[in-house]
Design a protein around this ligand. Sequence first.
Ligand code: COA
Length: 152
Amino acid sequence: MEVRRWNGDEAAPLDLLLLADPSQTYIEDYLQRGQCFIAEMDNQLIGVFVLLQTRPGTVELANIAVKETEHGKGIGKQLVMYAIQIAKSSGYKSIEVGTGNSSIGQLALYQKCGFRITGIERDYFIRNYNEEIMENNIQCRDMIRLALDLQN
Ligand code: COA
């Protein structure tokens, strides 16, 4: 697998980005403000993530997705670890991520990569998305915020 910066002249990896966030408006905003990275295997796009500076010293892993046929093979974990390394080598002190209360697998993934829960934004998805989001038969209502200290 090869990971590289997405070059803004290429077609945006929208299909993948939409797996992580159903709002194209938010995705376009991330792409404009953040740095998008893509993962390729045999010249096929298999993964994507975006790093977005939120405050001085802090970067957010804004949108990580792996092609559906490649789920469960360890690629997501490799991408999270890669994002952590980029953030660290870029001098950030902390990396954050947010996910829905219904995103059980994602919550497991981030914690397995060292992130700890820092807070909950109650009703975030109710306030910010027009459509109801269901995952694992659970309504996605609250944003669970996690962070990893990069200074250790
Ligand atoms: N319970 C416990 N652990 C779980 C789990 C669950 N329900 N679902 C996943 N995991 C664990 C896996 O076991 C694995 O840990 P391990 O290495 O200790 O076995 C880890 O999470 C990651 O698995 P991996 O195979 O690397 O993940 P992936 O390649 O399937 O990618 C996503 C994970 C989230 C990127 C992928 O499912 C995806 O693209 N989802 C849609 C987009 C999305 O939701 N993005 C995140 C937005 S917040």
